[in-house]
Design a protein around this ligand. Sequence first.
Ligand code: IPE
Ligand code: IPE
Ligand code: MG
Length: 263
Amino acid sequence: MIQTLKKWLVGYSEEDEQTEENETRIGELRKGPLPRHVAIIMDGNGRWAKKRGMPRVAGHRAGMKTVRHITRAADALGIEALTLYSFSTENWKRPQDEVNYLMGLPEEFLRTDVDELVERNIRVGMLGDRKNLPDHTLEAIDKFKEATKDNTGLRLNFALNYGSRSEIIRGVQRIIDDVQSGKLDKDALDESLFGQYLYTADLPEPDLMIRTSGEVRISNFMLWQLAYSELWFTDVQWPDFTKESFYEAIEDFQRRSRRYGAV
Ligand code: IPE
Ligand code: IPE
Ligand code: MG
């Protein structure tokens, strides 16, 4: 009853409810090595909309549904962390109305999905610079964090106003502060400690990075953290990316041989 009401009110849908076939697929994938952390560059919303004669923001709206479906799939697989690149430090260059629309999406997602995320024991987090984000966007993120803070399941992170270079510079500035104040000995700095100064301090490094839309680049995403990640690219635009596409990426990951420089 509540689900039906939600569907009418906010377009929420249970269309990907667990089928037997889906359960079997998940069961098979769970037998292999699973990535602990999957990071996704969700790309192609604008082109998806353009192809349909719609404004770019219609692509972002459609992309929100994909976020919901992929979150459910990651949760069902038992993956520890899913990080979604949602707005980069370079995306401020876009037209103001598009930026405004994107900044409204966390509130919308909160309204439609917070109950389900709480129910699924999912914990929401944000990676990125809070500075320059509008108050209403930050409020939505903070409400998400608060509502899900005691959850112990999937970590769902939104990279928002995120840029890897600025993340690294911010980390270096904090390191300098800590060295100057005597909190940190310069010689104690190593790779693992450096990682503690990044937004991802309490997350494992991504084992798998997925980018949709056919672009084969990193676009200032997790330059430090992706050092040994497996990369997977698809031509599918983000709004068309399904949980089957996600399973395909995981299956491919399971066939890779990760050597980390050894033989
Ligand atoms: C990705 O889709 C979403 C964000 C960057 C917020 P785009 O908006 O980049 O879509 P394209 O790449 O222009 O098609
Ligand atoms: C990367 O996509 C940023 C996000 C997905 C949020 P872009 O569409 O901004 O990347 P470029 O401009 O094609 O490199
Ligand atoms: Mg793009």
